[in-house]
Design a protein around this ligand. Sequence first.
Ligand SMILES: *[C@@H]1O[C@H](CO)[C@@H](O)[C@H](O)[C@H]1NC(C)=O
Ligand SMILES: *[C@@H]1O[C@H](CO)[C@@H](O)[C@H](O)[C@H]1NC(C)=O
Ligand SMILES: *[C@@H]1O[C@H](CO)[C@@H](O)[C@H](O)[C@H]1NC(C)=O
Length: 605
Amino acid sequence: MLQLTLALKSFCNTAQSKVVNCLHQDMLLPRKKCWDLVTLVAVCYVLFLVGHKCFLPTASPSKSSSTAPSLPVSACPDSPPFPAYVPPQNGFDWRAVPVKYPVQEFAALPTGTSLTLPKIQHDFASNANTVSVSAQITRKQRQASVKAVFLRAWQSYKDRAWLADELAPISGGSKNPFGGWGATLVDNLDTLWLMDMKDDFEMAVAAATNISFNPESSSLESLNMFETTIRYLGGFLAAYDLTDCKDERLLAKAVEVGDMIYASFDTPNRMPCTRWNPRKTAEDQLPAEQGIIAEMASFSLEFTRLSQLTGDMRYYDAVARVTNILYEQQNRTQLPGMFPIGVDVRAQDLTFDTSFSFGAMADSAFEYFGKTYQLLGGQEPQYARLYEHAMDTAITHMLFRPQLPDQADILISGVAHAGAARENSGQHLSCFAGGMFLLGGRLFSNNTHIDVGTKLTNGCVWAYRHSPIGIMPERFSMNACPTLEPCDWDPHQQSAFTNIGDGKYALRPEAIESMLYLYRITGDTKLQDIAWEMFQSIDKYTRTDFANAAIKDTQMPYPEKEDSMESFWMAETLKYFYLIFSEPDLVSLDDYVFNTEAHPFRIPR
Ligand SMILES: *[C@@H]1O[C@H](CO)[C@@H](O)[C@H](O)[C@H]1NC(C)=O
Ligand SMILES: *[C@@H]1O[C@H](CO)[C@@H](O)[C@H](O)[C@H]1NC(C)=O
Ligand SMILES: *[C@@H]1O[C@H](CO)[C@@H](O)[C@H](O)[C@H]1NC(C)=O
């Protein structure tokens, strides 16, 4: 009987992988055939479960019975290499560009031992045996559906937009808004690896590491250095980290992009020139007078990781200078603790603008405080202070509780104006804030932040669920309760949304991003059901013949599509959906920290 049960199990496993393959190929096979297979696997597992319960004397966890793959031995350095890594010379040599404003003394990565940071993820091992087989099948089916959507888009990108920045998902054409260096290709190296598409990964790495980031090849005269950093540098670093730092081509390419970005810091005050022409390095290009905080202060994670991997402290020094300015001025802004959207990077003045938000043009500056602290193993207290003080101020002045007919226990992140009333509006972009508070709540052992992060995440989920097609709009307004506590609903009010500022959905990731943090921190599997609901709505209304497209108005029953699919659809949105349905140790939040483009960087031990 025991033999029979085990044979059944191996049959189940085979059948299940058939289902997964079948769902992946949904373009080729009639969908119905897949679902027949699904039913077969379900029946099969029920039989196995009965057999298992009745005939196996000791319930050994199924994991240990399968032959564990030999663990890859990581080649990632625990401490920065000394002497520093020198990349091989092929392609444009950004290091040979003369430095006009040399640095006299370089700040270096902290050299002490990392603090033992609190555990981030839920202890999934403790309830591993209570997850039913049928729930596991459901989870894997959902994960396979996410991968199938990724596969369609990836195939179309390969067929129609190979090496371009983006696929145009309706016309089947291509676009180059990020320098024309294959943003979608570089942005998705790590997704290919995580989704176990190893052959495509190898091919993509060969192509991506063959891209030359040089002044002539840039499709633009004015590069957005923030986007260049989070997509290209972040993409190469994550691919290198995930493959255990063994493929030097990836590190060399990260260094090439890093050196290009570093050249944009060659200004009189060593602040970055955030819109930068790679063809004019011989001229003075000055930092922006009308800059924005997100573009000034979102280099810290990528440049810190690059210094950790290479031992070259120029990158860390560059961001330490920006961080010092933030640290010095945090108490002197119009809303002390927070940094405003508008900043004068040229004069290093962060104190004049009166608008404060976690939304567009600000978001990742705040996101990176806690994350850089984590990447540095808790060794740089500046980042802890920046995080704690900013969050404290945001909770008091920026977040609001909306008036709702169902009194749902949620929060929305609005826009604070120093000396004027808060704008009670929400943005899809600020949905990342739930994840930021959740991660910070764990890192800094603060349950208030866990609570706030949970409510902010639920606020975005609420907005998804209360939109006519189940997708949250880009921007909306609501009436606020007087405090963060529940308040009465005004029955004269027509709808919880008082205004839809922008009904668009641009395939953005921030809501599912925070859901992933909430799931990984609480282990609550109900969140997977909600994520599945969100995923189905998104795929249904954005699907085109080639891939998925932004939609113009989430408030319409049959929204019109736009011929646009930013690289973050596959690199972030689909990656986070995939991860919420994966085993929780795939990119554990204790081992990796995500940059703002969902690229996981390894945290040194
Ligand atoms: C690398 O780029 C060159 C020209 O830029 C091209 O001819 C060659 O085929 C590329 N190799 C790969 C592996 O993509
Ligand atoms: C800034 O304000 C915080 C909180 O009020 C305080 O703890 C900190 O010491 C102040 N920092 C400076 C540099 O004044
Ligand atoms: C937790 O966070 C809240 C809000 O930011 C703050 O007021 C409180 O001091 C923090 N508690 C601890 C123990 O740090």
